[in-house]
Design a protein around this ligand. Structure first.
Ligand code: GLY
Length: 567
């Protein structure tokens, strides 16, 4: 009898395993907990800089500024002073807002600047070298944030970055690998004797110093905004542009101004969502996606099951079609925000989703129009002991931007001009094409996917979310929000969970390797979905305010060097 019971039990357990619909996190994992404050960023040294500022009485904005400058040193492939980004803040009294410090097209730029005499795109011109750089916005962004909210002297927030640059730090395995990977490009643009080229290749544990960058940061510390946009550093940038045929002039630098913008707002299952408005496409798209998801019982459908994956993909297909057609810099293009956020509009839009069959992307909208950005960006989140929160996503676009290292000034410039559509209707470097809304115009900002986002519940902060990943940023943010709200995951589990991504065109689902059971893949293929695998998508740095009041950090340490720390 006992034997029969054991046999039946074994059959039952095996049966459950066979029917298992997902191979998602098996052991619940909690990220680091903080009683009062938390920082999560792409690099442990940058996180520690932020934590120190908070421990010394700085607020979330102070810490965020210090982290931004520190990342420019310890994470130079995306952290920057030569790029741009978006900051979203929410103060403890509920006030929220956003700052757009996205790069701008230089005044000398033009719609056809990357085309040859036949109107064809000249390969690599918008991605590598001097002509690919937009006017950097990060330094002005940090000064504007500080002017409005900073409590510590700016010099104290820049000094940790100066110390890291001057005294040096030790490379992680990932940092050494990325420098080695990009050495050919770095040599092509900066010459054989470029100091970031190590003949035998960089190794984890090697240390590196950025003395020129330390001088530039000192200029910024001592002269404020002018330390970058006027004077020695501006001269160095202008000279570098002349040397390589770039367009950024001293006047472009002097004229650059970050811009305060009203965030996008929406709701999801009794939560308020606050996110970045255009020129980011992220906030609009995430809120459209969540509006669509709310019609389904995602929680009981299960995480990464056939049903959930199908619905997510079908929503994404439709939202990315809207993104490609309607989004651009609102200062230059009339973005139909009201329509895109309208519940009835989205309900109609999603009403064509079929339960058991994919919709072909060409059916959703005629024409091959899409925009994508490359994946090298970085995001960080900060909550201070007063409950103020900051989410910043910042970028050089590609790894080390356009690869131009400004001589004497010691930093990389972005290649954000490639985020414009060089020629509407023609594929960019990633085989994708862009729309009219995002065509190049002097002083216009290029469309972005960066999506710093916050979630409120009952009028209180619940989550701070964001990630790099180009067009996968939007879908990563969408999934992490659902992982917490619908699937009840901890912040760390929500970040660890395998991600998928679809974006209308190309007509396919990207799935992180080992993220979804083979049987589910086959069922999706049976619904005519095309599946492709990716090693990883996004590197999230998030914070959850738990019901017990503790802060939980969720950093993508399985996909990168990301690191959260609280106290
Ligand atoms: N360059 C990445 C983005 O702005 O989305």
């Amino acid at each position: 009898m006992k034997k029969i019971t054991i046999l039946l039990l074994t059959i039952f357990i095996l049966g459950c395993q066979t029917n298992q619909k997902t191979i998602q996190p098996k052991t619940p994992e909690t990220g680091p907990l903080g009683e009062s404050a938390m920082v999560s960023s792409a690099h442990p040294l940058a996180t520690k800089v932020g934590v120190e500022i908070l421990k010394n009485g700085g607020n979330a904005v102070d810490a965020a500024i210090a982290v931004q400058f520190a990342l420019a040193v310890v994470f130079p492939r995306a952290g920057n002073i030569g790029g741009g980004g978006f900051a979203l803040y929410r103060m403890n009294d509920g006030e929220f807002g956003s700052l757009d410090f996205r790069e701008k097209a230089p005044a000398g730029s033009g719609r056809d600047m990357y085309l040859d005499e036949n109107g064809d795109i000249i390969p690599n011109l918008s991605t590598r070298g001097h002509l690919a750089a937009g006017v950097p916005g990060s330094v002005d962004g940090m000064f504007q944030l500080h002017e409005r909210f900073g409590s510590k002297p700016m010099a104290d927030l820049i000094q940790p970055a100066i110390n890291l640059a001057y005294f040096g730090y030790v490379l992680t395995e990932d940092a050494a690998y990325q420098l080695n990977q990009k050495s050919e490009d770095l040599i092509a643009v900066n010459g054989e004797d470029f100091f970031l080229i190590n003949e035998g290749g960089w190794q984890a544990g090697d240390s590196i110093r950025y003395t020129e960058l330390a001088s530039t940061l000192t200029q910024i510390r001592d002269r404020g905004r002018d330390g970058f946009y006027d004077g020695i550093v501006a001269d160095q940038i202008a000279k570098e542009m002349q040397r390589g045929g770039g367009l950024i002039s001293k006047e472009d630098l002097l004229n650059y101004k970050a811009k305060w913008r009203d965030p996008i707002q929406g709701t999801y299952r009794n939560h308020k969502i606050i996110s970045m408005p255009p020129p980011s496409s992220g906030g609009v798209a995430v809120i459209q996606l969540l509006q669509g998801a709310e019609a389904y019982n995602i929680g009981s459908m299960g995480h990464n099951t056939k049903e959930t994956l199908h619905i997510k993909t079908e929503l994404e297909r439709r939202v990315y079609a809207d993104r490609a057609t309607h989004l651009g810099d609102p200062d230059f293009y009339d973005v139909p925000l009201q329509m895109l956020l309208d519940e009835k509009y989205n309900k109609d839009r999603f009403s064509t989703i079929k339960k058991n069959e994919k919709t072909d992307s060409q059916e959703i909208k005629e024409g091959a129009v899409d925009v994508i950005e490359s994946v090298e960006t970085t995001h960080f989140s900060v909550v201070d002991s007063e409950g103020n929160a900051v989410a910043i996503t910042t970028t050089l676009n590609s790894f080390f931007g356009c690869k131009v290292y400004v001589r004497g000034a010691g930093f990389f410039l972005n290649n954000e001009m490639d985020d414009f559509s060089s020629k509407p209707g023609v594929p960019n470097q990633f085989g994708l094409v862009g729309g009219e809304a995002n065509a190049i115009v002097p002083e216009k900002r290029m469309l972005s996917s960066m999506t710093p986002t916050m979630v409120e519940k009952d009028g209180k902060l619940k989550m701070v979310v964001g990630t790099p990943g180009g067009s996968t940023i939007i879908t990563s943010v969408f999934q992490v929000i659902m992982n917490v709200i619908d699937h009840g995951m901890s912040m760390q589990d929500a970040v660890n969970a395998k991600r998928i991504h679809s974006q209308w065109l190309p007509d396919r689902i990207l799935i992180e390797k080992d993220g979804v059971d083979q049987s589910i893949i086959e069922e999706l293929e049976g619904m005519r979905h095309v599946i492709e695998f990716r090693n990883s998508m996004g590197r999230m740095d998030c914070i959850l305010v738990r019901e017990d009041g503790k802060l939980e950090g969720g950093a993508d340490y399985t996909r990168g060097d990301n690191y959260a720390e609280g106290f």
